[in-house]
Design a protein around this ligand. Sequence first.
Ligand code: AHG
Ligand code: MN
Ligand code: MN
Length: 345
Amino acid sequence: MLKLSISFNRKVERFSMKRLDQVISQEGVSAELELVIKDILVACKDIAYKLGQGELAGILGATEDENIQGETQKMLDVISNDLLKDTLCSNAFVKGVGSEEEDYTIAGHADGKYLVTFDPLDGSSNIDVNLSVGTIFSILEAPEDSRTGDDQNIFLQPGRKQVAAGYVLYGPSTLLVMTTGKGVNLFTLDANVGEFVLTQEQLKITEDTAEFAINMSNQRFWEPEMKEYIDHCLQGEEGPLGKRYNMRWVASMVAEVHRILIRGGIFMYPYDSRDPSKAGKLRLMYEGNPMSMIVEQAGGLSSTGHQCIMDVEPQDIHDRVPVILGSKNEVKKVVAMYGDYITKS
Ligand code: AHG
Ligand code: MN
Ligand code: MN
């Protein structure tokens, strides 16, 4: 009897929580930015619905096209990209958009104040096996003197200038994790009413962890510093780090970062020598910067190994970046391996 009444009380407490627009307005976000965020979420709700339909809608599987990243596009990569692009480019406050799936940036409204970059579907190799995928977004202000929203130079701002960043995780529940620079909040989509409802306020990443996420199959291509750190982890209690580590790899950055926000951990997609012309696999403007802002706003750290990801000056909209992020003390251990960069405390 007692158990039942506890769970009933918790349920009541959850349903009395705030809606997304109430949270955003309390954070002092401008009405224009709020409308941009809401439009991103309109597209994400549609993506969530389409993912749920899957095979029934005949939208699983790959297209015959490759994106500018040299990766085969899944049908849902293209559908998600079109939904975000079309919704945002018709928003009066969006000057332009940049997407992992587009060769060039696209103009929105000439007077728009904001630039949005996004990875429409992250972890899309998971689609055909019905595992977690996500959408990642980053919002910047357009420089005041900028003329056209399809000029990629106006997008080339370091991640420190982001005014908002977030991701939607399409898992057993559809979740939104977002920051406007005032901490990180977690919302759950109530599909019955089509609203994101605040379900966890001010997420904080644990400072310590014994769980790492890295694609171990690339080990022979890593730099010596990364090889050494992972070697220390694998030595467990007997090794220099003195603890037994666990490993996870979902192959979806959104899912990995979400796990880290909830229970701590470290995620790494470091530089590797498979294609020496690329600085890493992940993209700075669509993946590295927004995740870095979220992680730092939740008390974690992010680094390339040499500097904070958000301090990297982009040269091209599709720039790649090595990524090390998560629990503060563990990221510091990896960065210490690289030796020439002292993290802030
Ligand atoms: P995307 O599906 O947008 O191309 O991104 C996939 C990314 C990232 O989400 C994940 O961490 C990583 O690539 C997976 O890489 P592997 O193929 O090496 O596992
Ligand atoms: Mn991605
Ligand atoms: Mn993608």
